[in-house]
Design a protein around this ligand. Structure first.
Ligand SMILES: Nc1ncnc2c1ncn2[C@@H]1O[C@H](COP(=O)(O)OP(=O)(O)OP(=O)(O)O)[C@@H](O)[C@H]1O
Length: 232
C-alpha cells in the first residue's frame, strides 16, 4: 500500500539518503532497522513531506503523493508518531487526542474512537490530566493514540520503545500486533530494539549509511543475522 522508490535526500552537501526504496503492505508490519545516524528518521520525515527530497517517489495506495504537503499526506491517511513523541504538554490528554481529529470531517471529527481507550486504558483514566504530567511511556501511548484518532491507513512510528519501561513496551507491542491483525492498516516501524522489532516484523529493511543493504520477511531476520548488522 506504500511504495517508496529511489529516494535521494541531502542535508546541504551531505548525501543522507541514497536511492532508498521500500514497501509496506496492508495488514503487516514493516520494520526499518539500522544503527544511529544511518538516516531512518530522515527517511520518515521525507515520507511525511516534512523534508524535501531531491529525487524519488512515494506512492500511497497507487497514488503518487511525492509532491503533497505534510498536511495533505495526513489527510490521505498517513499518521506519523515522531521520535520523542512530541505531544502537547500543556493540553490535556483529551485535547491531545482531539488534535488527531482535526483533519477529519462529519461525525468522525467529533468522536475519539472508543477503541483507543480499549487499547490504552490509561488514557481514559488520565483524560483530564495535562500531557506533560504523564510519564514517558504514557506520553508514547498518547502519541500513538493521537495518531490512531486520525483513523489512518498507514501508521508510521519512529522508535516507540525509546526510553520506555518494559511493561509499557509490552502494551505497545500488543497494540501494534492487534492493529496489524485487523488487516486494514499498514505499519512502518523504525526500531533499534532488536527483540521488539523481531517480534513484530512481518518484513524487515536494514539501512546502513543512507542505503538499504538488506530486506526480507521477518521470519528470516535471525538466519540473515540482522542483529549482527545493528551491533556497534
Ligand atoms: N537537520 C539536520 N541537518 C543536518 N544533518 C542532519 C540533520 N538531521 C540529521 N542529520 C544527519 O543525517 C544523518 C541521518 O540522521 P537520522 O536522524 O535520519 O538517523 P537515524 O538513523 O534516524 O538515527 P537515530 O536513530 O539516531 O535517530 C546523520 O548523520 C545526522 O547527523
Amino acid at each position: 500500500m506504500l511504495n517508496v522508490s529511489g529516494i535521494n535526500q541531502y542535508y546541504g552537501g551531505s548525501h543522507t539518503l541514497r536511492d532508498v526504496g521500500l514497501h509496506v503492505e496492508k495488514g503487516a508490519v514493516t520494520c526499518l532497522l539500522g544503527r544511529n545516524g544511518v538516516g531512518k528518521s530522515t527517511l520518515l520525515k521525507c515520507l511525511m513531506g516534512v523534508l524535501p527530497v531531491k529525487s524519488g517517489s512515494v506512492e500511497l495506495e497507487g497514488k503518487n503523493i511525492t509532491s503533497l504537503s505534510p498536511h495533505e499526506r495526513a489527510k490521505s491517511g498517513m499518521a506519523y508518531v515522531p521520535q520523542g513523541r512530541e505531544i502537547f504538554p500543556r493540553l490535556t490528554v483529551e485535547e491531545n487526542l482531539r488534535m488527531g481529529l482535526a483533519g477529519l470531517k462529519g461525525k468522525d471529527s467529533k468522536t475519539i474512537p472508543a477503541e483507543i481507550f480499549d487499547m490504552f486504558p490509561v488514557l481514559k483514566e488520565m483524560m483530564h490530566r495535562r500531557g506533560g504530567d504523564l510519564s514517558g511511556g504514557q506520553q508514547q501511548q498518547l502519541a500513538i493514540g493521537r495518531a490512531l484518532a486520525m483513523r489512518p491507513k498507514l501508521l508510521i512510528l519512529d522508535e516507540p520503545t525509546e526510553g520506555i519501561q518494559p511493561s509499557i513496551i509490552k502494551d505497545i507491542e500488543r497494540v501494534i500486533q492487534s492493529l496489524a491483525k485487523r488487516g486494514d492498516m499498514g505499519i512502518l516501524l523504525v526500531e533499534q530494539y532488536y527483540d521488539f522489532a523481531h517480534t513484530l516484523a512481518d518484513y524487515y529493511v536494514v539501512m546502513q549509511r543512507g542505503e538499504v543493504i538488506k530486506s526480507g520477511p521477518g521470519s528470516e531476520m535471525e538466519a540473515e543475522n540482522v542483529q549482527g548488522l545493528l551491533a556497534v
